[in-house]
Design a protein around this ligand. Sequence first.
Ligand SMILES: Cc1cc2nc3c(=O)[nH]c(=O)nc-3n(C[C@H](O)[C@H](O)[C@H](O)COP(=O)(O)OP(=O)(O)OC[C@H]3O[C@@H](n4cnc5c(N)ncnc54)[C@H](O)[C@@H]3O)c2cc1C
Length: 411
Amino acid sequence: MGSLGPAPTLEACLERIERVDPQAYARTRNHLLGAVTGLSPWITHGMVTLREVAALLHRRHRLEVQHKLVFELGWRAYFRHVWAHRKGGIRASLHPGPLPDSAYASRLPPDIREARCGVPAVDQAIRTLYSTGLLHNHARMWLASYVVHLRRIHWRAGADWMIGHLLDGDLASNHLSWQWVAGTASRKPYLFNAENVARYAPREWWSPASAIDRSYAELETIARGAAPTAPPASPPYAQPAAPPASLPAAPAARPGGIDEPAPASLESTPATTLPLVLEAEAVWVLHPWALRAPAPHPQGKTWTVVGCLPHEAMGQHAWSARRLAWVSEALRNQARHLYRSFDDLADAVQPGRMIGTWAEPHLSPFLGARITGFEERPLFAPVARRCDSFSRWWTVATTNIRTLEELLDST
Ligand SMILES: Cc1cc2nc3c(=O)[nH]c(=O)nc-3n(C[C@H](O)[C@H](O)[C@H](O)COP(=O)(O)OP(=O)(O)OC[C@H]3O[C@@H](n4cnc5c(N)ncnc54)[C@H](O)[C@@H]3O)c2cc1C
């Protein structure tokens, strides 16, 4: 399964937040070796909310709301805004991209799945994805752009594949980012070339004389339907003289490619076997998207905390074995009883007793009548009218707000 990765505990998350250096982040975020936070597994699984991250950052740093890090937290909130408005519609192209949907292949070919497409930056990205479940934002963009625009594969095939390997897979951030790259949720396709890779990635990612070693003008014509010409035999740009150190997680290249890890079987998830009747006065449910402390009970009662790995909601896309193990361990650490569906859980609680959980769009269609979803306190004030661009949403969400402190006070 590759590297052990981030521990599924609140302590590990808080320690990571302590170490965030916002100034270094702003300077180096686009570099694969840059000072990114690495917080996405804990944020995705609701061990902390965006608001809690921002409040903890505010304790140590005085940040403007326009700071790069607050802005990036905004991207996650923006994708959730789009999801709230478009619902399941985010699984289809939001508007036409550079080519009609029918121009793209619907399946990911084996050379991509096996990390042997021959473009070092892309093969490195896939190996890193498989061995860690995580990938730097820039590498995700390169991988998606190569798949969609140079291989002409539909973004949906790429998005469905990638989310099944991510430790931080989030339907809104993942599928809408793929659409942003594809140009079906943005004004133009996102394109990158070998020169861009050489600027931001360690040497083993550099890809001279490969399919991405082209001018942006040529990439643009390919994305809009032209057949690619052969890439140049030697790099037409100056390579940086001093390559940065290697990314620790990047595994070695294998000419014959590597096997794609098989998805986890949900049947292997731990569960309380007996139809145990809980004698609790109120039951709080932890689930894979909300592994954090309960909301206060409206009548001040004490929650008995149980866990649920709701197969009905989790079956929406593939889960890697690493991610399933991560979430299962976090649940086992916090709850004695685990259930595999909300129905099983509701059956185990005496009628009339409240069952609460944090509301979350991944599972809201599956909650059922007995479970009450509590809304978290957001970091950004909800924007009622749908915004079709991040900049529009950001302008509305941060109007008259100057600092992170003011943002925290605004909701
Ligand atoms: C094709 C593609 C697929 C992606 N899929 C996912 C996904 O499934 N889950 C996911 O959490 N992010 C996804 N992202 C967004 C982004 O790449 C990751 O959030 C980020 O790389 C996580 O690393 P980090 O925690 O060090 O981020 P940092 O840069 O340190 O940012 C801190 C936090 O801000 C949020 N954030 C930062 N950048 C973005 C962004 N561009 N979009 C949304 N949120 C952002 C995340 O919650 C992140 O943990 C995707 C991006 C692309 C281009």
